[in-house]
Design a protein around this ligand. Structure first.
Ligand code: UD1
Length: 461
């Protein structure tokens, strides 16, 4: 709490000096913020994109949002100075920085390097405004219980993607000896002594439940085995960071992860893996405009199913170790796909792929298996002339020859990206509002697409 007060006092004393989380946004070419704005989600800008350009060139992606957020939390497991490199300047990193600030750590962000000083004593608490703003904050639960034996975390409600419960996180932590009570919207957890290793059988390979369990187990007493674990590349990267800190995690990237608890961890410097979702978004930008784009700093094996489906629609793809080149067809062919945990088609690439299929030749059937509200953006796509019918978890996308630009709203990160991609292929211009969602996951989407030849700009609110 002391650190949060210091943070607020510091900003109040010198209004021109922004807290670190707002400075991250200033340093990066993308979003700009008013110094008086205390909530970084209060952005009233729009993205204007004019369709018709054929994208060509090279673009590099930064570190994976879905790895870096958990790696920031992993740093709480050891006192001292930690460093993460290849960190994207996105709003979610800023928000997680505020969670860390609240817990007592201090963060500095410069040139895509995040330095975090973690004190010996931490405040095991994550407040409602931050948990609501970014649901991934729930991953602090395991680490706080492991390090302090206590946690007070606002219970996350639903979000833009649906109800999103956390029952599997809690089940795993309970099996390791934690107890919980939910009162007045706040989840209080405690453990008598240290958490204890356990055999955890996840009923679904949940990314968050796997991560919370790993983070809790690394300094628990004894061995933890996670069966039916999520296999996402980001989890492998988090395990690599934890192992460098002195943890003993084996099997990350497979269905069974084993963690041998150790007495203590130490700080390290860790380079975050490339963001496959950012890479996949630029790949579809190339595909949807019939262009040719080289995407660097991302292992194409992390997008195996997505690239396979892009080949099925008619793209040509050349794969390297940490880059790939994609050339789009004149007009995509329809293709069916279903979202699934890795190595299946990523749900976070579903809206961008649907934007492409909206102008494909033929009818595609898309099945969304992860989230109950992931098709909300389709109404906006239909304003642009897309012909789509949704029925519960299925979307029937009848490709039309061309979309027509108009004002639309971004409901979540990937929906926002999908609408920008649709705008690249549409007749006339499209303005995308509520772009704080896009800023949560993309550093300078506008600048990077413009560097490939897109006619795109940010407009002040
Ligand atoms: C993470 C990613 C998100 C991605 C998702 C699936 C981050 C910050 N977010 O989210 O971008 O879309 O993986 O790849 O890394 N569920 C339960 N109970 C639980 C936990 C999950 O019912 O205790 C459900 C969820 O509501 C959802 C499904 O399981 O329907 C998958 O969720 P999960 O894999 O846990 O995703 P997240 O970790 O929340």
């Amino acid at each position: 709490m002391a650190c949060l007060i210091q943070l607020l006092t510091r900003s109040a004393e010198s209004p021109t000096r922004l807290p670190w989380w707002a400075q991250t946004q200033r340093q990066c070419a993308g979003p700009t913020y008013n110094a008086a704005v205390t909530n970084p989600l209060d952005i009233d800008e729009k993205i204007k994109v004019t369709g018709g350009s054929v994208l060509k060139g090279e673009v590099g992606v930064l570190g994976a949002k879905n790895a870096v957020l958990k790696e920031m939390v992993a740093m709480l497991m050891a006192a001292g100075v930690h460093r993460l490199t290849n960190v994207p300047g996105i709003l979610d990193v800023s928000l997680m920085g505020r969670v860390l600030d609240h817990i007592g750590a201090s963060c500095e962000f410069e040139g895509h390097t995040l330095t975090v000083q973690v004190p010996d004593e931490i405040n095991p608490e994550a407040p409602l405004d931050l948990v609501r703003a970014m649901r991934a904050s729930i991953v602090v639960l395991g680490p706080l219980l492991a390090r302090t034996g206590r946690a007070r975390v606002a219970f996350p409600g639903g979000d833009d993607l649906g109800s999103r419960p956390i029952d599997w996180h809690l089940d795993s932590l309970r099996q390791m000896g934690a107890e919980f009570k939910l009162e007045h919207g706040v989840l209080t957890g405690w453990v008598d002594g240290r958490l204890k290793g356990a055999t955890l059988d996840l009923e679904f390979p949940s990314v968050g439940a796997t991560e919370n369990s790993i983070l809790a187990a690394v300094i628990a007493d004894g061995v933890t085995t996670i069966n039916n674990a999520a296999r996402e590349p980001e989890i492998q990267d988090i395990a690599a960071q934890l192992n460098a800190m002195g943890a003993k995690v084996t099997g990350a990237g497979t269905h069974t992860i084993t963690i041998e608890g150790v007495g203590a961890l130490h700080p390290v410097e860790h380079h975050v893996i490339g963001d496959r979702l950012e890479a996949g978004t630029y790949a579809i930008a190339g595909a949807i405009t019939g262009g040719e784009v080289t995407i660097r700093n991302c292992d194409p094996a992390h997008l195996r199913m997505e690239l396979r489906k892009l080949e099925e629609v008619g793209c040509e793809i050349e794969r390297g170790d940490d880059f790939f080149v994609i050339a789009g067809p004149k007009r995509a062919k329809a293709v069916d796909f279903a979202t699934l945990p890795f190595p299946g088609f990523h749900t976070d690439m579903q809206p961008q792929m649907v934007a492409l299929l909206a102008t494909a030749d033929g009818t595609s059937i898309v099945t969304e298996n992860l989230y109950d509200s992931r098709f909300r953006y389709i109404g906006e796509l239909m304003r642009m002339g897309a012909d789509v019918t949704t029925e519960w978890q299925h979307a029937v996308v009848r490709g039309v020859p061309t979309l027509s630009g108009c004002p639309v709203l971004a409901f979540d990160i990937r929906a926002g990206a999908a609408l920008v991609l649709a705008g690249l292929a549409a007749d006339g211009f499209t303005t995308v509002g509520d772009i704080s969602h896009i800023d949560r996951g993309y550093e300078d989407l506008v600048g990077k697409l413009a560097s490939l030849g897109a006619q795109i700009e940010r407009l002040a609110g």
